[in-house]
Design a binder for this molecule. Structure first.
Ligand SMILES: Cc1cc2nc3c(=O)[nH]c(=O)nc-3n(C[C@H](O)[C@H](O)[C@H](O)COP(=O)(O)OP(=O)(O)OC[C@H]3O[C@@H](n4cnc5c(N)ncnc54)[C@H](O)[C@@H]3O)c2cc1C
Length: 456
């Protein structure tokens, strides 16, 4: 007679997805083991801004925002040209409000002032937790108390155990098998693994001198590797969120000041410089050499206050001009020659930009007039800007809407579930809105936990 397994469900990784999975599986009656590589729980989720992207929430209603998940799903698919798994996106959107209300019920505070437009959809769907990602992770961790969840920290899982039928029936930790009925892979993405980045997210290393991952150092793609070994398949490659950087310092500065003009190698503007970070990287990726230049003049430098990015203050910019990080010249044409941009075109672009500033209306890209500052006082400056700061990765194991890991034929691998950055299919060329990544982790963490408990 077969021995009873040590646990019903083993969850590998205790970030947002893993904590949600463990908590949900336990509340469904499963005996759960939660294994975490780090010394503490929380992963990248705890380091995050704590924005949850959701439609149809109580906070939206109390703020008078009319919204519904179907509208969110339509927008999400359209803005990504349908290059996504529609069933996964549909579930993400339709379960987003329930996840938000769950966090509220666990005590996470979302003030009305923290409801904002975090995508390019114009609807306030970004819900930022008052205590950012740390508050979300702490509330999820607290939800384990009193439940049948055993936690092992500082324990890195490297392989799964499978029975003679191929079903997953345990994990191997430091040479010892721990048996269970179902496993949830929730080890996050692979931002801290340069080899996997080169293979699966090459855009992230296009500017290797600047590439820098801001998430947990433990996120090395272990869950993806284990899932592949068990017969799983990867979703579309080259997905993830890159943030812009001028390379001034290894500091996270999500937003550049709105008063710069972005110019490409052809000497042209190509975007409203103040659009959400969710679209910047993809648009700049398509420019020549995958980069652009932030151009400004001495008057703007002198007025620079270091907001929203501390390195963009008058003093710091003077320092970077002296070190050559920011190039400067007495004329726009000379600046263009120096940075390898078509001089005539750039001079024409800046002249047109200055006319727009004088008119108080950006007739080319419709940037908010408050950011229109002429580029007319020498010396002129240019900082090279590239999408190179890696926030999260979006290529991962293919799952279905039940969070079951699929094999290469599209069949669920028995006993194997996955959630969060370990999975793929929910992210296309455009990050639909700030907060979608945590929503993804929590929605599918809960689905995986429920279904893993059911399988057990
Ligand atoms: C600075 C920053 C700000 C962000 N802000 C936002 C935001 O506001 N909104 C949003 O939607 N997204 C944001 N993101 C992205 C978002 O936080 C993540 O995509 C999401 O939280 C991932 O959740 P996860 O559970 O999949 O992974 P994680 O939270 O990273 O959890 C994975 C866990 O697995 C553990 N682990 C890894 N390998 C193993 C192993 N072999 N064995 C055991 N354990 C292992 C890790 O230590 C980690 O604890 C941000 C990311 C960063 C870095």
């Amino acid at each position: 007679m077969a021995m009873d397994p040590a646990f019903d469900v083993v969850v590998i990784g205790a970030g947002g997805a893993g904590l949600a999975a463990a908590s949900t599986a336990a509340s469904c009656g499963a005996r759960v083991l939660l294994v975490e590589a780090d010394k503490t729980l929380g992963g990248s989720t705890a380091l995050s801004g704590g924005v949850v992207y959701a439609a149809g929430t109580s906070l939206q209603r109390s703020c008078g925002v009319e919204d519904d998940p179907a509208a969110m799903a339509r927008y999400y698919m359209a803005v990504n040209q349908y290059k996504l798994e529609a069933a996964l996106v549909s579930r993400l959107c339709h379960d987003s409000a329930a996840v938000f209300e769950w966090l509220v019920s666990l005590g996470v505070s979302f003030p009305e002032a923290n409801l904002y437009v975090s995508g390019v959809d114009g609807i306030r769907r970004g819900h930022r937790a008052a205590g950012h990602g740390a508050e979300i992770a702490a509330a999820l961790e607290a939800s384990l108390v009193g439940q049948s969840v055993e936690t092992a920290v500082a324990t890195r899982v490297r392989s799964l155990v499978r029975d003679e039928t191929g079903a997953v029936c345990g994990i191997n930790v430091e040479g010892e098998d721990v048996t269970c009925r179902a496993v949830v892979l929730a080890t996050g993405g692979f931002g801290a693994n340069p080899t996997m980045l080169a293979e699966h997210f090459p855009d992230a290393l296009r500017h290797p001198d600047l590439a820098w991952y801001i998430g947990s150092r433990q996120c090395k793609g272990d869950g993806i590797a284990m899932g592949l070994t068990a017969g799983g398949e990867l979703s579309t490659r080259n997905r993830g969120l890159l943030l812009l950087t001028p390379g001034f310092a290894k500091e996270l500065e999500v937003y550049l000041p709105g008063w710069v003009a972005f110019v490409n190698h052809e000497g042209r503007r190509f975007i409203d410089e103040t659009v959400e970070y969710s679209v910047h990287a993809e648009v700049i990726r398509e420019q020549t050499a995958g980069e652009c230049f932030a151009v400004f003049d001495e008057a703007s430098r002198l007025a620079a206050t270091g907001k929203p990015a501390p390195n963009w203050s008058a003093e710091r910019l003077a320092h970077f001009a002296a070190t050559g990080h920011v190039r400067s010249a007495a004329t726009v044409e000379a600046l263009a020659e120096d940075i390898g941009v078509r001089a005539e075109a750039m001079a024409e672009t800046i002249a047109a930009y200055n006319r727009n500033c004088a008119a108080g209306h950006d007739s080319d890209f419709f940037k908010d007039p408050q950011w229109l500052r002429p580029i007319a006082t020498p010396p002129f400056y240019a900082a090279r800007v590239r999408p190179a700061v890696i926030c999260w990765t979006g290529t991962g194991l293919r799952i279905d809407a039940q969070a079951r890991v699929l094999d290469r034929a599209g069949r669920p691998i028995p006993g194997l579930f996955a959630a969060g950055e370990t999975t793929g299919g929910m992210f296309g060329p455009c990050y639909a809105g700030g907060g979608a990544s945590i929503t993804n982790a929590l929605v599918y963490g809960r689905v995986a936990g429920r279904n893993a408990a059911g399988a057990a």
